[in-house]
Design a protein around this ligand. Structure first.
Ligand code: CP
Ligand code: NVA
Length: 303
């Protein structure tokens, strides 16, 4: 069974298929009469709303589940929750603290699991990001994206998706928050053209896209002050954008911590495409879900 826990659960050709489905004006009714459970251990604005709308557009019925209703591994084990939800639904989407939680759900192999953000990955966000870049730039082969800040879940998924589509990927963050060897290895294995820079001004030079995300992710709130100090000098502001190209666009997965990783002048400025990017969360989610249903039916038919 095909699950979607990280971008490299798909290959480059499959990412392209998903993006084509995401851009279709007529929506296939792949989820007609079916349910999708959406479990959130953390808050969400974009992911919950875009997923609910995407399921509805495919003819299905989304059910949002608050953390305290389920109590993953508190009230009931992750495995028992997965088995129970698969009695009612055709898919489960989960936003979790530990990536191992979505892996455990997937191991049950009852119904497809979609990662709605974990500490390791945010693959649906990355699909929306590459869709936005395609809309702005056309074919992404030979284009470049510079990610400034924390090498976190959003960066890992973005690097895989944009690398798969032939983009050059650059990263610049403070020395205390460099990428892990495991991240470098995974990007290498995926064939991503990837470079690390100590100086953010050099990293953004002549790139097509500048991207940033929060310095303190959900679950890291106790490190906020320490991170705020460490990331000084890595804010995306007009000065940093002036080192990029004249046509460089700015992306951010949102929510933005304005005044920290990004200045108002950039989020609200002429280079920003963050609202198109937010809208694309819905289109990308619809494309992915439609693809996943189709793929799993094809796999079943082969057996
Ligand atoms: N970008 C994103 O995942 O936003 P939410 O946390 O609001 O879902
Ligand atoms: N890196 C952020 C992304 C939020 C959409 C977090 O995990 O909180």
């Amino acid at each position: 069974m095909k699950h979607f826990l990280e971008v490299d659960d798909l290959n480059a050709a499959e990412v392209t298929e998903v993006l084509e489905l995401a851009s279709m004006k007529e929506y296939p009714k792949n989820l007609d009469g079916k349910g999708m459970a959406l479990i959130f251990e953390k808050p969400s604005l974009r992911t919950r709303n875009s997923m609910e709308m995407a399921v509805f557009q495919l003819g299905g019925h989304p059910i949002y589940i608050r953390p305290e209703e389920v109590g993953l591994d508190k009230r009931e084990s992750v495995e028992d929750v997965t088995k129970t939800l698969s009695c009612f639904h055709s898919m489960i989407g989960a936003r979790v603290f530990k990536h191992s939680t979505v892996e455990r759900m997937a191991r049950e192999n009852k119904i497809p699991i979609v990662n709605l953000l974990s500490d390791e990955a945010h693959p649906l966000q990355a699909l929306a990001d590459v869709l936005t870049m395609q809309q702005e730039l056309g074919d992404l082969k030979g284009r470049s994206v510079a990610y400034i800040g924390d090498g976190n879940n959003v960066f890992r998924s973005l690097a895989l998706a944009s690398g798969f589509l032939g983009m050059e990927v650059r990263f610049s963050g403070p020395s205390e928050y460099q990428l892990r060897d495991i991240d470098r290895d995974r990007l290498g294995l995926a064939g991503v053209n990837f470079t690390e820079y100590s100086n953010p001004e050099e990293a953004v030079k002549d790139v097509d896209v500048v991207y940033t995300d929060v310095w303190t992710s959900m679950g890291q709130e106790q490190e906020k002050i320490q991170r705020y100090k460490a990331f000084e000098g890595f804010q995306v502001n007009e000065k940093l954008m002036s080192h990029a190209g004249e046509k460089t666009i700015f992306l951010h997965c949102l929510p933005a911590h304005r005044g920290e990783e990004v200045a108002d002048e950039v989020v609200d400025g002429p280079t920003s495409r963050v609202w198109a990017q937010a809208e694309n969360r819905m289109h990308a989610a619809r494309g992915l879900l439609a693809w996943l249903v189709k793929k799993n039916i094809e796999e079943e038919e082969k057996i």
